[in-house]
Design a protein around this ligand. Structure first.
Ligand SMILES: Nc1ncnc2c1ncn2[C@@H]1O[C@H](COP(=O)(O)OP(=O)(O)OP(=O)(O)O)[C@@H](O)[C@H]1O
Ligand SMILES: [Mg+2]
Length: 236
């Protein structure tokens, strides 16, 4: 359990003070045997940024998120990840396979996010969970076992669990692949709200160009492991 974490200040959006980054990748490469998944990637992400990671299948999006989350070591180059050392930052990850407990209910899975140091009480946590569940249309399904949920509902529960950890940054790997357009937008509206009100940084691997067009953010576009574009989403 994490203790004594401090929350980002409400209303703080992007803070690009060079000393204050959340993630910094310096000439970073990841190889799996003869295969190069990431090649000489240079990337800095600051508090409050929204970054869409795009690129074709196999381009290296999941590998990039794994490195940012501290789940994978680079083969060469450097990953500077202040969240690995400091209680000031906490990074939640929603993996492509969601990592929910199948035999437990949605609500039981959500309660795994409860951290007594981050909430005044269990009731406080419960209220926030219910509010999120209502916003995302999960409320009527809280008792349902994950085994009995469709892919879209599972993705929403995984995102809710990540948000209820009150992270400073959320890494999400294709979290809308099973959601229809309406539910994808609803989910992103909620994330946008967390970004505006709580300074949440968001790194979102996606193929969903429509979503990127609708919301403000930057793009890191990967092709064959190389970061070929990093900047505003104007070229889409
Ligand atoms: N653990 C691993 N062992 C060997 N090769 C791997 C491993 N993980 C990824 N790769 C390879 O690295 C490359 C990048 O994979 P990655 O999963 O990061 O791509 P991606 O952009 O997330 O693809 P997708 O859009 O299909 O999810 C691919 O060629 C993949 O086959
Ligand atoms: Mg992937």
């Amino acid at each position: 359990m994490l203790t004594g974490r401090t929350l980002p200040k409400a209303g703080t959006r992007t803070n690009t003070n060079p000393q204050n980054y959340l993630f910094h990748l310096d000439n970073l490469s990841v190889e799996f045997g003869a295969l190069t998944a990431l090649k000489n990637v240079q990337l800095t992400i600051y508090p409050g940024e929204i970054l869409f990671v795009t690129g074709p299948s196999g381009a290296g999006k999941t590998t990039l998120l794994s490195v940012l989350g501290g789940h994978m070591e680079p083969t060469s180059g450097k990953a500077v990840l202040p969240h690995m050392k400091s209680s000031k930052h906490f990074v939640s990850t929603v993996f492509q396979d969601l990592r929910l407990i199948q035999k437990k209910s949605c609500e039981e899975n959500l309660f795994m996010a409860y951290d007594a140091s981050m909430y005044d009480s269990k009731n406080d946590f419960y209220r926030e969970m219910q509010d999120l569940a209502k916003l995302l249309h999960v409320y009527d399904h809280l008792d349902r076992k994950i085994d009995d949920c469709n892919g879209g509902l599972r993705q929403k529960v995984a995102m809710m669990r990540a948000l209820l950890c009150k992270p400073t940054a959320l890494l999400a790997d294709e979290p809308t692949s099973s959601l229809d357009k309406e539910n994808s937008y609803r989910l992103f509206e909620v994330l946008n709200h967390y970004n505006h009100k709580k300074g949440l940084a968001l790194v979102w691997a996606t193929h969903n160009k429509e979503l990127i067009k609708q919301f403000p953010g930057k793009i890191a576009h990967l092709d064959n492991g190389r970061l070929i574009y990093s900047g505003h989403a104007c070229f889409i």
